[in-house]
Design a protein around this ligand. Structure first.
Ligand code: AHR
Length: 326
């Protein structure tokens, strides 16, 4: 058993050593020469504007905090993230943080981190493991709440208006916490009124290209679409292109509610193309570095740290646009 685990650790380390893993200093055994904390961070990928802002926030915060960051981009693949985590264990980093691509399937690798006495922080996305001793804390948004906020907007928007409301849904990456939770939060709210019907729902993998492609298919298959609910702004922006190419007016012919609150979406809102945006804050870097220092020093941290977030109407988005950071 031990031999198998050790072989897996070694194999993972060898592969990741050759892949997208970069560090801002540090030696090959994962220890920083100046005694600085070494944080191994396994990022989901670069699938969206939100993700780019999150990566930038983590990298800048590490520099500011004097933490050596070993950064790995998993390109939206769980197997790459597992390899990266194994490589961090092999390198004996001080702390591991990661934003899990999907919710399930982490116990084995996290048990390896635990056996190596390396504390783990979940950031942005959660895992569904029953063994909560496998990580110290989870820093990130409440995705169920985000889905509920999108649903609440829809219910208000159509209050007192008769007739069926046909909704198409662009889901995030299949099996990811934001896709699961934003879907269930939204469904929970709209189920109270039978006039709301989700007539089609498919993954757009959180990317603009996929969002456009799936929306094109929705437009061909569905005779009447009143509302698009997109699990993130990039998919909404891709869908807007598809809607315009189909000769329809986004925001008017098809009302759009989305999640994230990135600058490009605010621009689209100022042009009347998105009707409501639920904020998901990617600027988690500073909090993450604080937590890394604390867990490295054996200090206790809160098990769950929720990000504070709002919502935006087109008017609010237009006003916020000049100072929006991401
Ligand atoms: O996990 C956060 C989600 O992942 C963001 O909503 C999305 O844009 C990103 O890709």
């Amino acid at each position: 058993m031990f031999k198998r685990a050790a072989a897996a650790v070694l194999a993972g380390a060898m592969i990741v050593g050759l892949s997208a893993c970069s560090s801002a200093g540090g030696s090959s055994d994962g220890k920083s020469p100046g005694g600085k904390i070494v944080l191994g961070f396994a990022q989901v990928g670069a699938e969206s504007g939100w993700r780019t802002a999150n990566t930038k926030s983590v990298q800048e915060a590490a520099k500011k905090a004097g933490i050596t960051l070993k950064f790995s981009d998993a390109q939206q693949k769980q197997e790459n993230q597992i390899k990266a985590i194994r490589s961090f264990i092999q390198q004996k980093v001080d702390v591991i943080a990661f934003s899990p691509v999907v919710e399930s399937g982490w116990d084995t690798v996290l048990k390896e981190a635990k056996a190596a006495h390396i504390p783990v922080i979940l950031t942005d996305r959660a895992i569904d493991s029953e063994d909560t001793s496998l990580y110290e804390t989870f820093l990130g948004s409440d995705f169920v709440e985000e889905g509920k906020k999108a649903g609440d907007w829809l219910v208000k928007e159509y209050q007192g208006k008769p007739g069926e409301v046909n909704i198409v849904q662009l889901e995030g990456t299949t099996g990811s916490a934001p896709a699961n939770d934003r879907k269930s939060g939204f469904a929970d709210v709209i189920k109270g009124d039978p006039k709301f019907k989700v007539v089609a729902s498919q993954t757009g993998d959180f990317t603009r290209a996929k969002g456009k492609e799936v929306m094109q298919a929705f437009l061909k298959a569905q005779p009447k679409i009143d509302v698009l609910y997109a699990h993130n702004d990039d998919m909404a922006l891709g869908a807007i292109q598809a809607i315009e190419e189909a000769g329809k007016k986004p925001g008017t012919d098809i009302r759009i509610v989305s999640v994230d609150g990135v600058k490009d979406a605010f621009t689209a809102m100022s042009q009347g193309k998105i009707n409501f945006d639920v904020e998901c804050n990617p600027l988690l870097g500073d909090q993450l570095m604080e937590l890394a220092k604390k867990v490295k020093n054996g200090e206790s941290v809160e098990r769950r740290i929720k990000t504070v977030e709002g919502t935006f109407t087109p008017e609010q988005a237009t006003a916020a646009l000049p100072t929006r950071q991401y």
